[in-house]
Ligand binder design. Structure first.
Ligand SMILES: Cc1ncc(COP(=O)(O)O)c(C=O)c1O
Length: 323
């Protein structure tokens, strides 16, 4: 579980103390879920804090806001600068950065598309989301809760209200003793985890559900697909059945908070050899180096934050074991 704590929160251009970051209880976003947000990680790198894929997260935030008629009063460059400023002010690493766009003023009319739109940004200490399972593999449950169809709630917008199904699925899986839930789409195809995308590996090929299964188009998913392709694997987005998951050689989740988490079992079914498989491990190794600034090929994925201490450079001879 992620305990929210930090020093400062950026609110509409001002860094306020963590305890003072408040909005009115009758605000529109609280009542109707009309808000959009991002989850971003910053890692220690040899060149100081590195924010992973910052422009892509800012672009998705603005897309999500547009879909939900939330005119954000800041452009992409200003938002990126504010995120860097918030990261620097909180001096935490690794960190989890949460920008949220919301209507914070009192309003009880559902069709409020004119109230003031605000942006707040937090940066709190990041932990491993799926705990030990992140390395050893997690046990997942096929959820009885389905992803809402995108003609009801567009899945490609990272919107507050979209997380109601994730919440129900997550609590249900937790109560049954599982680490995570896998939600199916309305047609019974695999969609995603509560906050992660899903990959399967079969005969050395990676498969992942596509947008037609009402998923969020994950930035980690896209990064992992690039890494896998660069490693020489084929990556195929397609409709995937539960059967294809249960008989896969390997499976794993991807997401900003979960990073890469191998799936060792789904319900009572062991996946492959029930250990992180060779393809999962190969991709995980490169991903872990990329986010820490140790893969020159992906150097452009990191935005460095001035003023924070650099991570010690990994000695060349130990690189293979460093992650
Ligand atoms: C529902 C859902 N799917 C997938 C993801 C993974 O997306 P990303 O890799 O951009 O964090 C997330 C996390 O943001 C999510 O909440």
């Amino acid at each position: 579980m992620m305990a929210a704590q930090g020093k400062k929160i950026w609110m509409d251009g001002r860094l306020v103390d963590f305890a003072d970051a408040k909005v009115h209880v009758l605000n529109h976003t609280l009542h109707y879920g009309v808000g959009v947000f991002e989850g971003i990680r910053a890692y220690p790198t040899p060149d100081g804090a590195g924010i992973f894929r910052l422009p892509e997260h800012v672009a998705r935030l603005l897309t999500s806001a547009r879909i939900y008629h939330l005119p954000v009063p800041y452009d992409a460059e200003t938002i990126a600068r504010a995120i860097v400023e918030t990261q620097a002010a909180n001096e935490v690493l690794p960190s989890y950065i949460r920008p949220i766009v919301y209507r914070g003023e009192p309003s009880l009319g559902v069709k409020n598309s004119t109230g003031k739109v605000s942006l707040a940004i937090a940066a709190i200490p990041a932990k491993k989301y799926l705990g030990e399972g992140s390395e050893k593999g997690v046990r997942a449950k096929i959820s009885p809760y389905r992803k809402p169809r995108s003609d009801a709630m567009p899945s490609y917008a990272k919107a507050c209200g979209n997380y109601l199904a994730s919440y129900l699925a997550g609590i249900d899986a937790q109560q049954d003793g599982y680490d995570e839930a896998i939600l199916l789409d309305a047609n019974g195809y695999l969609a995603e985890g509560t906050g992660e995308n899903l990959f399967l590996v079969r005969d050395g090929v990676l498969y992942t559900p596509g947008l037609e299964s009402d998923i969020l188009l994950g930035i980690t998913r896209q990064s992992v697909a690039t890494i896998a392709t660069d490693l020489g694997y084929t990556v195929v987005p397609k409709l995937l059945s539960v059967n294809e998951l249960l008989t896969a050689d390997e499976a794993f989740f991807t997401g900003t908070y979960a990073e890469l988490a191998p799936i060792r079992a789904v319900g009572d079914h062991r996946i492959g050899a029930a250990v992180p498989g060779p393809v999962t491990r190969a991709v995980m190794t490169v991903f872990a180096k990329a986010v820490r600034g140790e893969e020159p090929r992906y150097a452009q994925w990191l935005t460095h934050v001035p003023g924070l201490a650099a991570a010690p450079r990994t000695p060349r001879t130990a690189r293979g074991r460093a992650n």
